[in-house]
Design a protein around this ligand. Sequence first.
Ligand SMILES: [Zn+2]
Length: 75
Amino acid sequence: MVESCSAVNCCNRRRIDVKMKFHRIPTDPNMRKLWLHAIRRKNFTPSTTTVICEKHFTPEDYEPISRKNIAIEGF
Ligand SMILES: [Zn+2]
């Protein structure tokens, strides 16, 4: 099955030749609500295969793993 972005006005699809990240809608209810608001689709119920492409995220949206590791070492 071809995964394609579920955001409004976006038709990016997962392709082998293009390196693009796709993210599943979070299962956490609060995060899920934020994501659904952000993709601006009305009457939309995401399935377990619903994905959003990296185009809708900024670098700040990604949790830096290295910083997390440093914080853990600080304890
Ligand atoms: Zn997209």
